[in-house]
Design a protein around this ligand. Structure first.
Ligand code: ADP
Ligand code: ZN
Length: 205
């Protein structure tokens, strides 16, 4: 008989990085282990991401775990079972900003919350609401890909290979590749934006 239970304090774990860096693999690994430990696990993903499967989280390496698609962060709270101990979600960058308060609430209720998501978009801009989730997380894991151009094992950028100004572009199988900071080429429109609005100088001290 398994009598071990999580104690009543919850926490938030965030797994973030570029595309192909192994976020989904790491999320699936943690959730699978929680299931092996016979904890009650609920797994969600935002409905926008139906590239591979509507009812599974699927990694680029074909690992998969059953999940429930939801239309908004509020749906996570509404679908939550009374006895759920672990709540996981992939593609957290596609949730509305309410996901931050939802994760906080779940952790305050004593749940282990594990969320994975892209930390930067194809222009290299922080992908909200991931930065806010990083700020409230107890544990952060940054995953890195291999640069497909030069083999650098610390690739941190998602290179978009098709021209589009849209921040979210799903359903395009070969639209992205992983690149390191040296090989990454910012899209033209991003370079223009940056030139028009130079970053504020970082205050020292
Ligand atoms: P993410 O969720 O971060 O997009 P996945 O967990 O879905 O990543 O996929 C990671 C897997 O993708 C790796 O184990 C590997 O099999 C595959 N892969 C494809 N291209 C790359 C790359 N450039 N660097 C690392 N892994 C890659
Ligand atoms: Zn490179």
């Amino acid at each position: 008989m398994n009598t071990w239970r999580l104690n009543s304090t919850g926490w938030i774990e965030v797994i973030c990085g570029s595309m192909f860096s192994g976020k989904s693999e790491e999320l699936i690994r943690r959730l699978r282990r929680a299931q092996i430990a016979r904890q009650r696990v609920q797994i969600f993903k935002p409905r926008i991401d139906d590239r591979y499967s509507d009812d599974h989280i699927v990694s680029h390496s074909e690992l998969r775990i059953e999940s429930q698609s939801v239309s908004s962060s509020q749906d996570i709270l509404e679908s939550l079972g009374d006895r759920t101990e672990v709540v996981g979600s992939d593609e957290a960058q596609f949730f509305d900003d309410g996901i931050v308060a939802v994760c906080e609430k779940l952790a305050n209720m004593g749940k282990r919350v594990i969320v994975a998501g892209l930390d930067k978009d194809y222009r290299g801009v922080p992908f909200d609401p991931i930065p806010e989730l990083l700020a409230i997380a107890e544990y952060i894991t940054k995953t890195l890909a291999i640069c497909v151009r030069c083999g650098n094992p610390a690739a941190n950028c998602t290179q978009r290979l098709v021209k589009s100004g849209k921040r979210i572009l799903v359903g395009h199988g070969n639209a992205y590749e992983a690149r390191c900071r040296r090989c990454y080429e910012p899209p033209e429109e991003a370079a223009e934006e940056e030139a028009a609005q130079p970053r504020a100088a970082v205050a020292s001290g």
